[in-house]
Design a protein. Structure first.
Ligand code: PMP
Length: 401
């Protein structure tokens, strides 16, 4: 008898499973709208010009392949914190942000979960928006936290359930941890307005809840990294100590390089040093130290003025292409007299749109039109382009009719 004969087969990953089905389909019209990875207008992966230049520059410096420190490349973590908090923010000017490099956003969330599970004194429960990115629940559960949800999305309006969200925040036990998507909420594409963020921030502060921001799309929502940092900066300027996960997968197109950061706002440099010493103790037995190459690319872009400017332009270009696809999809669906209200396609933000398509409709799209999306009706807008938008619109219109 084999040692592993009792291991049951696990279910396929709900998002990455879509890519597998797409790959197996041989129809030339096929479209993959499952995974959230940017594609250019020819449907091809896009390596940013700023990234290529940063790599060429790095090559010219003849870099070594030594280990990084446990908390990563210092120039990178410093620049990442500056991008998120703003150079003039109190935590940065007072040197009180504890930060570590991470294996992209996923790793940042996992380090944060593990750190909170070990040291957060008030609660071991984290509340996620309903719905949230599918990996949040297993990440936090495997980090040792209990996972609960708060109301976020209103199916009827295909928008934010702001009243439900506020009620749920008010009824959470004092000290609970609340996960917030900093911008470009995944999977819904529905973000609070700045006014709503201000109310959420006040409520969280009053109830002494602990805000944990997941910022996987800074720049992708509006095309501007400063505007997309509004929520994070507002909470921090109101005096709240936040936890923050950052990913450079989307905004620098560094998906497979795994570049991210986890940070905590602390009281002062002495506390920051204590917290960082414990972050090291969390990281060391997980993977010892993070990968070099992507962090070097990101820190080069973030610290060289010319490359930074070029990158800002490229972030805007990606965001704008997605926004233009939203406009075209909306116009097409309306001109095809597709039953239903489609305004949310345009008002939603970021990489994704929660279309409102039902499970049977998404199934029909795969079987009849070779179009692949997650069963919840989420589409990655970045998978649409000038060549497939009309075919996609017509196919959606047909399955809805
Ligand atoms: N958080 C959210 C909300 C995401 O959508 C993603 C990527 N899909 C991540 C975190 C982490 O991605 P990565 O580990 O590739 O940075």
């Amino acid at each position: 008898l084999s040692t592993w004969s009792a291991v049951p087969a696990g279910p396929p990953d709900p998002i990455l499973g879509v890519t597998e089905a797409f790959k197996a389909d041989k129809d030339p019209r096929k479209i993959n709208l499952g995974v959230g990875a940017y594609r250019d207008d020819n449907g091809k992966p896009y390596v940013l010009g700023s990234v290529k230049k940063a790599e060429a520059f790095l090559e010219s410096t003849n870099p070594d392949k030594e280990y990084l420190p446990i908390t990563g490349l210092p120039e990178f973590t410093k620049a990442a914190a500056k991008l998120a908090y703003g150079a003039d923010s109190t935590p940065l000017t007072t040197n009180s942000v504890a930060v570590t490099q991470s294996i992209s956003g996923t790793g940042a969330l996992r380090i944060g979960g593990a750190f909170l599970s070990r040291f957060y004194p008030h609660s071991k429960t984290i509340y996620l928006p309903n719905p949230s990115w599918g990996n949040h629940t297993p990440i936090f559960r495997d980090s040792g936290l209990e996972v609960k949800t708060y109301r976020y999305f209103d199916k009827k309006t295909v928008g934010l359930d702001f009243a439900g969200l506020k009620e749920d925040l008010k009824s959470m036990p004092v000290g609970s941890i609340v996960l917030l998507h900093a911008c470009a909420h995944n999977p819904t594409g529905v973000d609070p307005t700045p006014e709503q963020w201000t109310e959420i921030s006040d409520l969280i502060q009053e109830k002494q809840l602990f805000p944990f921001f997941d910022m996987a799309y800074q720049g992708f929502a509006s095309g501007n990294t400063t505007r997309d940092a509004f929520a994070v900066r507002h909470f921090v300027s109101s005096g709240q100590q936040i936890a923050l996960s950052q990913s450079f997968a989307k905004n620098m197109g560094l998906y497979g390089e795994r570049v991210g950061a986890f940070s905590l706002v602390t009281a002062d440099p002495e506390e920051k040093a204590r917290v960082e010493s414990q972050l090291k103790i969390v990281v060391r037995p997980m993977y010892s130290n993070p990968p070099l190459h992507g962090a070097r690319i990101a820190s080069t872009i973030l610290t060289k003025e010319e490359l930074y400017k070029e990158w800002e332009g490229e972030v805007k270009l990606m965001a704008d292409r997605i926004i233009s696809m939203r406009d075209r999809l909306y116009d097409n669906l309306v001109s095809l007299s597709t039953p239903g209200e489609w305004g949310h396609i345009k008002s939603q933000i970021g990489m994704f749109s929660f279309t409102g398509l039902t499970q049977p409709q998404t199934k029909a799209l795969a079987e009849k039109a070779h179009i692949y999306l997650t069963a919840d009706g989420r589409i990655s807008m970045a998978g649409l382009n000038g060549n497939n938008i009309d075919y996609f619109s017509e196919s959606v219109s047909k399955v809805v009719k």
